[in-house]
Design a binder for this molecule. Structure first.
Ligand SMILES: [Zn+2]
Length: 480
């Protein structure tokens, strides 16, 4: 999570210096490949690691077909990321990433191929290189905080919480990648109409998130839509361009069955090893802790920390560590020192107390920046057994939401064994629809909120299309 932004910035300079990006068809230079290889572990750390197994092998095999069709045979690396956010992205060197969350809403090999072909399109057209240069400028607003204070740590919190991956392609680049992707899809032998279906599925996912989070403004923009802006027009364009290829829908295969047998059993939602983000609540069954953020806050799970966005430009993270001597004061000071780096705080205060039976220390500091004073708050808890946890929050001094912060800090508590036992991972289960099955009866077996809407969303369906006996669908069930 932490160093990826700066590494990406370093990357684009490297790529630029290498003078690559000629227009003689797609190519991946050694310099770009080096960029990809160096960024790879950082991106994986940020996104929750690699998800290995049949699904990942399948993804790589489909990716290779598409890369071959693009003239990039054996030049790309396709990785399945262990994250339930819905996203796919490409890094120079043709390192292409698809999240587990995205695979859960895909309904055929052809649809998955269309996502990969689109990403390969961004690589072939050198978009990520150009995009990262623009992203450098855009990131400066966020990074400035850290640059000006000299604290790399504050800057990392600010930039990481601002979004996993702040790249946003322009509409022009999206169209280019769609067009290139469609030709690779067709040349790889897949039904080109799968591209429009995939875009429609992503659109439905966006709508679903907006509906399920409509009370929670901060969560209303899904990750995928941030990275690859989706317009209704993109779906129509993809369909029209597929029609121009002179094929009928389903004339070429989409391979639904192969896809369904691959994702049967795939982890769905949060990985219990990383804890569960349930709306504004975070609960970790292994660490047996939980907290709840107030309205207007947004939590994002990553492997190393829970990233927190809040009102008025508030950014922060929740994390933990060991303090075998149970010296909470030393722990808190170490967190603050790490946060501030070599920047001195203009003022600081320390307060001891108890929250839900746990000893706690809160430190408030002010840091001067050219953009004005910045309030830094660390709230640390002694959870017993040498385990400590903390929130580190950074926000502009004039807009510290004090009441919300007390609510957040006061919500941290230990889970009971029963509560921890109830936090079970969920998996995708592929089912063959039986004649008596209805939308309602199948939705009743879904271990999720809004089960009917959720079922329709992950299966790319609308309520007016009846279930056909014998067809395969995905449901979400509690694992084991
Ligand atoms: Zn794109």
């Amino acid at each position: 999570m932490r160093p990826s932004i700066s590494i990406l910035l370093a990357c684009c300079l490297l790529v630029q210096a290498s003078g690559c990006g000629s227009n003689e068809g797609p190519a991946v230079t050694d310099a770009e490949r080096q960029v990809g290889a160096e960024t790879h572990p950082q991106l994986l750390a940020e996104f929750g690691g690699e998800y290995r197994g049949d699904e990942a092998d399948f993804l790589a095999a489909v990716g290779e077909k598409v890369a071959g069709a693009a003239g990039l045979q054996a030049k790309c690396k396709f990785t399945l990321v262990n994250s339930d956010v819905v996203n796919a992205f490409a890094v120079p060197g043709c390192y292409i990433y698809v999240t587990r969350g995205l695979m859960s809403i895909v309904n055929s090999e052809g649809e998955l191929a269309s996502v990969l072909a689109h990403e390969v399109g961004h690589i072939a057209a050198n978009h990520s290189e150009r995009q990262q240069q623009r992203s450098l400028i855009r990131s400066l607003g966020v990074l400035a905080m850290g640059v000006l204070t000299g604290s790399e740590r504050i800057s990392r919190i600010a930039s990481a919480a601002a979004g996993y991956f702040t790249l946003r392609y322009s509409r022009k680049h999206e169209y280019e990648a769609d067009d290139l992707g469609l030709s690779y899809l067709r040349n790889a032998g897949y039904d080109p109409f799968a591209a429009a279906e995939m875009l429609a599925a992503l659109g439905r996912h966006t709508e679903f998130l907006t509906r399920s989070r409509e009370r929670d403004e901060a969560r209303s923009i899904p990750e995928w839509a941030l990275t690859h802006p989706l317009t209704e027009n993109r779906i129509d364009r993809a369909k029209a361009n597929a029609e121009k290829m002179g094929l009928q829908p389903d004339q070429l295969p989409e391979n639904e069955a192969a896809y369904f047998s691959t994702v049967d059993g795939m982890l769905y939602g949060d990985d219990p090893e990383q804890g569960f983000v349930l709306g504004r609540r975070f609960a970790h069954p292994v660490m047996r802790i939980s907290f709840e953020a107030p309205e207007g806050f947004r939590l994002t799970n990553s492997r190393e920390a829970i990233l927190i966005d809040g009102p008025g430009g508030l950014r922060g993270e929740f994390s933990g560590g060991r303090t075998p001597s149970r010296d909470l004061r030393a722990y808190t000071e170490a967190v603050l020192a790490d946060l501030l780096g070599n920047v001195g705080a203009a003022s600081a205060s320390l307060e001891q107390g108890t929250v839900n039976g746990l000893p706690t220390i809160m430190v408030r500091a002010t840091v001067r920046t050219e953009q004005g004073p910045l309030a830094v708050t660390v709230a640390a808890y002694d959870a017993g057994g040498g385990d400590a946890y903390h929130f580190a929050i950074v926000s502009p001094s004039q807009s510290v939401p004090e009441a919300s912060l007390s609510e957040l800090f006061g919500s941290f508590r230990l889970l009971t064994p029963a509560e921890a036992a109830n936090l079970r991972p969920r998996r995708i289960e592929v089912e063959t629809v039986s004649p008596a099955e209805t939308l309602q009866s199948i939705a009743r077996r879904m271990a999720v909120d809004m089960p009917v809407e959720h079922f329709l969303m992950i299966n790319g369906r609308t309520p007016d299309v009846p279930l056909r006996p014998g067809e395969q669908v995905k449901i979400v069930v509690l694992a084991g």
